[in-house]
Design a protein around this ligand. Structure first.
Ligand SMILES: [Zn+2]
Ligand SMILES: [Zn+2]
Ligand SMILES: [Zn+2]
Ligand SMILES: [Zn+2]
Length: 332
């Protein structure tokens, strides 16, 4: 609230003195009526109590306050003020607008934080450096952080609980939607489009895969393998409402006509490498897995094109396609 009058270098025009704090105006505003000028902070504090000008007692409302005139601001900008740590040795004369920032970081300011020289990494006000004790302070810090960790764990716990509840609600909702879809042809249509879209969204986030050994395809997985596929799909973000459907489709009986048994697969063997496949996490049993999505495979012949998608399990020979990394110069 105002710059100390006694620290100003030279004479100060009386117009530039705030009638409230009797120092040099800081961030000045004027009454548009009587034109008296005040520090913004001073008059705002004053007006919490009274709605009159402190000089001539004319009416003064918040809406009467305007920025100080250009003339006044020019006069203020010509003033120089001494650093308040002059006694300690700072001999700088500063423009008013630079004063606060300078004082806060002046090298003679005993409250300026400096890094402890004993290597604890803490910043300590200069004047407290002598009594600073690394071990004590660090112990305090550890205690504070342990408290924060406990709080975070509590918050995490209640979030986990909420997620479980919401997942249950979502599952209910899905049963409901499934029921609606089976009873209404228009909804069925929209639902299928949404399924296709959400599967493609999911697939785009998975790496592309190359199948090197189509001969190691497992086309009739047993029950435990179905369970493993389910876990695998859940772990990599498969849309929840499609997990069951996709699990069913890891078996040849749910595959398109061109894949439905070993004999027809043999006929189409040369076409299989044309599939665009995405890599899934390996099953708990170590078997490798890919997903083949309809949206990625519109180029395939009709009898090999999956409607929404299917999952294929392999004994071995599946690799992730390495994407070209960004050229170095684009990272620089
Ligand atoms: Zn003032
Ligand atoms: Zn006035
Ligand atoms: Zn200074
Ligand atoms: Zn220290």
């Amino acid at each position: 609230m105002g710059f100390d009058l006694n620290s100003i270098v030279g004479v100060v025009d009386e117009e530039l003195v705030c009638p409230i704090c009797s120092d040099v105006l800081e961030d000045p505003v004027q009454s548009s009526g009587c034109e008296h000028a005040f520090c913004r902070a001073c008059i705002e504090k004053w007006m919490l109590e009274k709605q009159i000008c402190p000089v001539d007692r004319s009416d003064l409302l918040r809406c009467h306050l305007v920025p100080a005139s250009r003339l006044m601001r020019n006069m203020l900008s010509r003033l120089k003020i001494k650093c308040s740590f002059g006694d300690s040795g700072c001999l700088l004369h500063l423009r008013l607008e630079d004063y606060r920032l300078h004082v806060a970081s002046c090298e003679y300011n005993p409250k300026v934080a400096v890094e402890c020289s004993n290597g604890c990494g803490m910043k300590v006000p200069k004047d407290e450096l002598a009594k600073h004790n690394c071990i004590l302070e660090l112990r305090e810090m550890v205690k504070r952080q342990q408290g924060e960790i406990v709080d975070l764990k509590k918050a995490q716990g209640s979030l986990d609980l909420r997620i479980v509840t919401q997942r249950r609600e979502l599952e209910l909702l899905q049963y409901y939607v499934t029921a609606l879809r089976s009873s209404n042809p228009m909804l069925r249509n929209i639902g299928e489009q949404l399924d296709r879209y959400s599967l493609m969204q999911w697939g785009n986030g998975l790496s592309l895969a190359t199948v090197r050994n189509w001969g190691s395809l497992i086309s009739t997985p047993d029950n435990p393998m179905h369970v493993a596929v389910r876990e695998c799909l859940c772990s990599c973000g498969c849309p929840m409402n499609l997990v069951n459907l996709m699990v069913d489709r890891c078996h040849e009986e749910h595959w398109p006509d061109g894949l439905i048994n070993l004999d027809v697969r043999r006929e189409n063997f040369h076409r299989l490498p044309l599939y665009v496949t995405h890599l899934l996490p390996s099953l708990a049993t170590g078997k490798q897995c890919v997903v083949v999505l309809g949206g990625d495979n519109t180029h395939m012949p009709e009898n090999l094109r999956p409607v929404l998608g299917l999952v294929m399990i392999f004994v071995d020979g599946v690799e992730e396609v390495q994407q070209d990394p960004l050229p170095d110069n684009e990272l620089a």
